[in-house]
Design a protein around this ligand. Structure first.
Ligand SMILES: [Zn+2]
Length: 739
């Protein structure tokens, strides 16, 4: 194992050598003449075409693809053989004679082997998709070495079986391109989650006709949705990807974010008898206990799987995003039936109906927030669910880009799901997260954080992961490269290997001059993220887009006095999080909001220095990078896709610099708020020396904030974040005492 890793790292180091000094131990690009591939499976066709185009891009001659091969005769020198042991007999014979490591064919386990044998290269997958992954890896090798080292060998054995990625972090369901699906495959994903709760298309009604309740989705919209879904599933097949949908059910009027007319129009879509009160701000909801509703849903599920048999998974979600359940206090059919019970009944219904058509279908519940997790029967109800269900889980109320905690709650969920043959999916963020949600933030690379996150999920023994936001292919983020390599070589997530490997990643992507600076930046980000992960006491108030108090109110005694961080308030989204225990260590005190705010202020202030140091390193790297240098991995993108045109290396660095600088600015503003809160809330009535000290500290923060808050506004506006989010930083200065 150690020897293999040493070779792996040596290859990465070597990849940074200038190609002009190629040693003779490289079989150069023009050595490779023919691709041999029995392309009965679509991903194998994709693999051979991709490798052909890649070689032709690097060389100046035409590569032939030989598709029909029988027997086990030795291939001609310079052949690239792509397949599974059963699609190319020569590969099976090389495995038998020990020339290639053994590989077991499997439709679900994505192992691959790459090895140079007798002057040819064998690219063998445990299935066609895995062979495609291997081809992408070989393309990286060709670009890094200008050929393939004569003794090149690589074995990939991912431990995370389900690697679920979303096609696009920004843009809607109708805007995906085939490039986005290719990017999922290049990143090592094996399932595309085709929409998301922030999109409009998130219920069964969005994709199948419902004769009982017609027009829930207008006919023209339904037609478009179905055409898009068909197109996306075809693209999934091309790259060997499975496919899943995110369902927010059961349909309801929706919360205050839905226009009044639309909420009213919802009531005309259904007879009054099938609707009940949800008891929440989402209004009326379809009652699943009404026989007509239940039958309609069962039929829609079967119709969906009949029309789109490629679908293999639902992520389900409720009590938010226009999905609700009946109020047990007022629905006569659900009287006394808790929402958790209703939800699990719905999970069973989905599983029953899907498994009639596809016995391996999975229905996974998204465990956001504490709405269900805090219920005393949450785990006992989960234990009673059948195999095929499962949890997509996380330690906080939603995923963060920095979070890497393991908590007792995660361990309990792992235990219950595994004991009952259910799936446990790590719900996470491997790109930017809700802590960096400004429109200015387009690229935020933290490959050491990717290692820490994957390490967490591997330690918990999860069945897979889900990356919440999705890809932005045109930036070719280092996070995507790290994710792919760490999926296929799980040992790379372990420190210190992770650090060594990430150093090499920075070198390969940014070169000898800028690489070490980028690497230094990533290490500072890692230190800051570890602190952030340890101090998430106030979930919403740490998340810029939801920080209705911490980033908006003026830091005056009067304004801070009326804030209450001790209990959760839905309107202001203030309040301390439930404690998150890891063993006996509590991530977050449950009651003392003053001590929690004080600790948060102190710790976030520490992250500011690390983010500033990271920003400085990135600025240096930017200055050391030539203007027109393309991003090293820009070949991950097709040549002619104008909408997914790769950015340059400098643009990558500029975007990262903006994100990291914004992190520094925002963490400082948050630190100001939490420290000021703890000072004001602990002032005594007497004029003690302690009081005088606290008032002086508050005054110093106010003086600093009067300068820094408008600076944040200015920086946001300069970098493309306009409107309310930027203005709030300017407005909050108004109430501060004059310096
Ligand atoms: Zn009901």
């Amino acid at each position: 194992m150690i020897k293999k890793l040493a070779l792996f790292l040596a290859l990465w180091v070597f990849s940074c050598s200038p190609k002009a000094n190629l040693p003779r131990s490289i079989l150069p690009v023009n050595y490779w003449k023919v691709i041999v591939c029995q392309d009965s499976a679509l991903p194998l066709q994709t693999a051979s075409q991709n490798l052909k185009h890649s070689l032709e891009r690097l060389g100046t001659y035409s590569i032939s693809i030989q598709s029909l091969v029988s027997g086990v005769q030795k291939p001609r020198l310079g052949s690239m053989l792509i397949g599974t042991p059963s699609t190319l007999p020569i590969l099976a014979s090389w495995i038998q004679s020990g020339r290639i490591n053994a590989i077991t064919e499997s439709s679900t386990v994505d192992n691959y082997e790459i090895a140079v044998v007798d002057g040819s290269v064998a690219i063998v997958g445990s299935n066609p998709r895995a062979a495609l992954y291997a081809t992408y890896k070989l393309e990286d090798v060709l670009h890094q070495f200008g050929g393939i080292p004569v003794n090149f060998r690589e074995s990939a054995k991912p431990v995370l079986g389900l690697r679920m990625l979303h096609p696009r972090a920004r843009g809607g369901f109708t805007n995906y391109k085939s490039t986005d699906f290719e990017f999922i495959a290049r990143t090592g994903g094996n399932l595309a989650l085709l929409q998301h709760d922030w999109m409009k298309e998130k219920t069964l009604f969005s994709f199948v006709e419902c004769p009982e309740f017609p027009n829930v989705t207008p006919a023209s919209e339904l037609k478009t949705n179905r055409e898009q879904l068909r197109q996306y599933l075809d693209w999934c097949r091309q790259y060997g990807l499975g496919a899943g949908l995110w369902l927010c059910e059961v349909v309801c009027q929706g919360g205050p974010w839905v226009a009044t007319e639309k909420r009213a129009a919802f009531l005309d879509l259904f007879p009054a008898e099938v609707l009940s009160e949800s008891g929440s701000h989402q209004g009326k909801v379809l009652c699943m206990a009404h026989p007509k509703v239940e039958q309609a849903y069962r039929k829609m599920v079967r119709q969906l799987l009949t029309d789109f048999p490629e679908l293999q998974l639902f992520l389900t979600f409720t009590l938010d995003s226009n999905g609700e359940l009946c109020d047990p206090a007022s629905c006569e059919r659900h009287r006394g039936v808790s929402k958790l019970t209703q939800y699990n009944q719905f999970q069973r219904l989905l599983l029953d109906e899907t498994r009639k058509l596809r016995p391996d279908f999975q229905v996974i519940s998204v465990v956001w927030s504490w709405k269900f997790r805090k219920e005393s029967d949450f785990l006992s109800q989960q234990a009673a669910l059948p195999p095929g269900t499962g949890l997509a889980t996380l330690p906080d109320a939603e995923a963060w880009s920095f979070d890497r905690k393991i908590t007792n709650a995660l361990r309990s969920q792992a235990q219950v799901t595994h004991q009952h043959q259910q799936s446990l999916i790590g719900y996470d963020i491997f790109r930017w997260g809700d802590d960096t949600i400004f429109p200015s933030t387009e690229l935020y690379d933290f490959p050491l954080g990717v290692a820490a996150k994957l390490r967490r999920w591997q330690a918990l023994g999860v069945d897979g992961i889900f990356d919440q936001w999705g890809t932005q292919a045109e930036y070719v983020p280092a996070n995507a490269i790290a994710l792919r390599e760490m999926f296929f070589h799980p040992e790379l997530t372990q420190p210190p290997l992770a650090t060594q490997w990430v150093d090499q990643l920075a070198l390969s992507q940014y070169g000898k001059a800028a690489g070490p600076m980028v690497s230094a930046a990533w290490k500072e980000i890692e230190t800051a993220q570890q602190i952030q992960s340890d101090f998430t006491y106030y979930w919403h108030q740490l998340r810029p887009n939801w920080a209705k108090v911490s980033l908006t109110i003026p830091l005056t005694i009067e304004a801070l006095r009326v804030v209450n961080l001790s209990i959760f308030n839905q309107k202001t989204l203030t309040g301390i999080d439930p404690s998150k225990l890891d063993g006996t260590h509590a991530y977050g005190p449950t009651s003392d909001d003053v001590a929690a705010a004080q600790a948060t202020g102190i710790e976030l202030q520490k992250t500011v220095a690390h983010f500033q140091a990271a920003a400085n390193h990135l600025k240096d790297a930017l200055n050391a990078t030539p203007t027109d240098q393309p991003a090293f991995s820009s070949y991950w993108l097709p040549v002619n896709d104008a909408e997914r045109k790769p950015v340059s290396a400098r643009q990558q660095l500029e975007k990262q610099w903006i994100s990291v600088r914004l992190q520094a600015e925002v963490q400082r503003e948050l630190a100001h708020f939490f420290t000021s809160y703890s000072l004001v809330k602990s002032l005594s009535k007497e004029d003690t020396s302690e009081n005088i000290r606290k008032l002086a500290q508050l005054r110093a923060i106010q003086t600093e904030a009067a300068i820094t808050s408008p600076m944040v506004a200015q920086f946001l506006e300069q970098t493309g974040t306009k409107g309310r989010i930027a203005q709030q930083f300017r407005d909050r200065v108004a109430g501060l005492p004059p310096p």
